[in-house]
Design a protein around this ligand. Structure first.
Ligand code: ASP
Length: 469
């Protein structure tokens, strides 16, 4: 007999069917035993009139049961579960797999359990309804985004994971090359350069649900790898990009989280200066009522300063990344604009914007500098020597010499967005297999040592760790 999903049992009254899943819990009433059987779609009460058959069963065993679905008497209806109007009268039990007693309960919300233990046994933690629902929401949001942007003729294009160092402001993860001795790939901090090169390639509208890697010290709620919705367009105005994100977000919330309400539509657009003066923050919390868990206060912060002074390195750095276009309100010609850039680093603004929600930065982007001479000047202004610019970014400057359209884009942090939508305290709750706060994967036990043979092939020898005398 084929198995029926538990959520369909409400339509099967009087039918003999088979269900399969995990023993969620078991109540022994002596002669008769009740179990709640769980599959992905829900929980079903199963009655074993012959207690003998079910006596052995324990939580989390995987079983299949054949039996008849009956309507529950009025008094026995459980309004708390979708299948509360029915129950199964078990006829036949198949024990598929027994289970050890799990290291923690999976029928609670799990916040009370030590997080490291939950992450070590994440495959059990995922059985928890709350974690499952986070993954379902994540799927729905990504699915919505894919459809929304595809309808608008954006192409979803994958870009490499083995790539070259990108100037996104964090440390790169690097991968040693076996074939090209003493050289390394870098994992992308974002697909920034590839998406820009796709614009040079005439793609015009690109998006990707992209994995990004940043080797940062454990800082608050960060993950070494995270997921962005990455978008780039050719010939856009800044408002076109912001309007697109705004429309996508409004429609997404209405369709996927109808219980949520958005504080203000259109989303407020504050300049960086206004945000700092009024809220003393570049990611202001614009909610009207911070206790209301269903309020979403989206907004855009625009006109960021183009450069910031890095005291430790004694140099100017791009506030966002060096590909961002600096504003040129007086339309200075190229040479004069380069002079102006080199004189007024502290005050020049950028065509740069952040997307904020409830006090979090959930995205950011910019219109890009597509003039290769100005771009080169910006790299140099940031302290790169001309030779280094060629070595690091020569491919971009060269690409821009072959007819580059004006372009711009944005990236939205999917993990953070899902976290906010489901009122979760951390992005770890909405990632299937997150790293712990210290960067380790406690389930797979990584990072881990590799074989001597692997090291030899890569030509890697470790330096002795210097011990302090
Ligand atoms: N690549 C940028 C980031 O990850 C976003 C963008 O400029 O589109 O922050």
């Amino acid at each position: 007999m084929e198995r029926t999903n538990i959520n369909e049992t409400i339509n099967k009254i009087g039918e003999k069917i088979k269900v399969a899943g995990w023993v969620h819990n078991r109540r022994d009433h002596g002669k008769i035993i009740f179990i709640d059987l769980r599959d992905r779609s829900g929980v079903l009460q199963v009655v074993f009139a012959d207690a003998e058959i079910a006596k052995e069963l324990r939580n989390e065993w995987v079983i299949a049961i054949e039996g008849t679905i009956n309507a529950r008497p009025e008094k026995m209806v459980n309004k708390n579960i979708p299948t509360g109007t029915v129950e199964m009268q078990a006829k036949k039990l198949e024990i598929i797999n027994k289970a050890e007693t799990p290291p923690f309960a999976v029928d609670t919300n799990g916040y009370e359990i030590n997080e490291e233990l939950r992450l070590k046994y994440r495959y059990l933690d995922v059985r928890r309804e709350r974690v499952k629902n986070n993954l379902i929401l994540r799927h729905n949001v990504i699915q919505f985004i894919r459809n929304f942007l595809s309808d608008k003729e954006f192409l979803e294009i994958e870009t490499p994971i083995l790539t070259k160092s990108t100037p996104e402001g964090a440390r790169d993860y690097v991968v040693p090359s076996r074939l090209w001795h003493k050289t390394f790939y870098a994992l992308p901090q974002s697909p920034q350069q590839y998406k820009q090169l796709l614009m040079v390639g005439g793609i015009e509208k690109y998006f990707q649900i992209a994995r990004c890697f940043r080797d940062e010290n454990a800082r608050g709620d960060r993950q070494p790898e995270f997921t962005q919705l990455d978008v780039e367009m050719s010939f856009p105005t800044q408002n076109e990009i912001l309007d697109l994100m705004e429309k996508m977000t409004i429609e997404m919330v209405a369709k996927i989280c109808p219980e949520k309400h958005i504080s203000q539509i259109p989303f407020p657009r504050l300049t960086h200066k206004e945000a700092m003066e009024k809220y003393n923050s570049d990611k202001p919390d614009l909610r009207k009522d911070k206790n209301n868990k269903n309020e979403l206060a989206f907004g855009f912060v625009i006109d960021f300063p183009a450069f910031e002074w890095k005291e430790t390195e004694k140099r100017w750095d791009a506030t966002h990344h060096p590909f961002t276009k600096a504003q040129n309100p007086d339309n200075l010609p190229e040479k004069e604009f380069i002079k102006h850039l080199n004189k007024n680093q502290a005050t020049i603004l950028a065509h740069q914007y952040d997307f904020v929600c409830n006090g979090y930065e959930i995205g950011g982007g910019s219109i890009r500098e597509h003039n290769p001479k100005i771009l080169q000047a910006i790299f140099e202004l940031m302290g790169n020597k001309t030779e280094d610019v060629i070595e690091k970014f020569g491919h971009m400057l060269e690409a821009f010499s072959y007819g580059v359209p004006p372009h711009g884009g944005i990236a939205i942090g999917i993990d953070r967005l899902i976290m906010i939508l489901n009122n979760e305290p951390s992005i770890r709750e909405v990632i299937a297999f997150p790293k712990a706060g210290d960067g380790r994967d406690l389930m797979m036990n990584s990072p881990s040592k590799i074989d001597k043979e692997q090291l030899k092939e890569l030509g890697i020898k470790f330096a002795e760790k210097k011990t302090k005398k």
